[in-house]
Write a protein that binds this ligand. Structure first.
Ligand code: GAR
Length: 199
């Protein structure tokens, strides 16, 4: 059984999908903590309701805006909680340094498009769906991938396609991509990694 640490910044619907999959799709891992860079993230409430330990580490307020310090403090918390696998579930902050080194090939991320489309620096949340609609693609989706030093550039684990519909707004498309793709492939990818089927 691997210990999973989740990093989340916002509403935490992907975190909820992971919590709800424990003992079901996720058989080989257990969420031991949730860390957020925002004290108001609803993800923290979801964790508390599920009895999961939480910690807030803010880049500016707690680390003086220093990215290395921010990364080190998250890394220290992950070690303190004996985390084996880190899952970024809507984590909207950039980190690097010690966290990427200590957890090389042990961090995965969910991104709301079919990588390599609509990804990279500055592409997160609703912006991804705005870009997909602006381009006029008819199919989009979600991707779970390993995290390395290139934004959204690590090896792909799972992808699922979702159709764009006439009249979609960024919000309606975001909701469909979450419901039809993200909440399904993130738990599946976590299990693939925790069970050692993908390294
Ligand atoms: C999700 O759509 C996730 O794919 C996206 O943010 C949203 C978080 O929602 N992540 C990124 O854009 C990362 N580049 P949630 O807080 O409800 O899980």
């Amino acid at each position: 059984m691997l210990n999973i640490g989740v990093l989340a910044s916002g509403g935490g619907t992907n975190l909820q999908a992971l919590i709800d999959s424990q003992g079901g799709v996720i058989k080989s891992g257990k969420i031991v903590c949730v860390c957020s860079n925002s004290s108001t993230a609803y993800a923290l409430e979801r964790a508390k309701k599920a009895g999961i330990a939480t910690r807030v580490i803010r880049k500016n307020a707690d680390c003086g805006g220093d990215m290395d310090e921010f990364s080190r403090r998250i890394c220290d918390y992950m070690h303190e909680m004996h985390v084996d696998l880190i899952v970024l579930a809507g984590f909207m902050a950039i980190f690097g340094g010690k966290l990427l080194e200590d957890y090389a090939n042990k961090i995965i991320n969910i991104h709301p498009s079919l990588i390599p489309s609509f990804c990279g620096d500055g592409m997160y949340g609703l912006k991804v769906h705005e870009a997909a609609l602006d381009y006029g693609v008819k199919v989009t989706g979600a991707t779970v991938h390993f995290v390395n030093e290139i934004t959204d550039g690590g090896k792909i684990i799972l992808q699922k396609a979702v159709c764009v519909k006439d009249g979609d707004t960024p919000e309606s498309l975001q909701k469909r991509v979450m419901q039809e793709a993200e909440w399904e492939i993130l738990p599946r990818a976590v299990e693939l990694v925790c069970s050692g089927q993908i390294e």
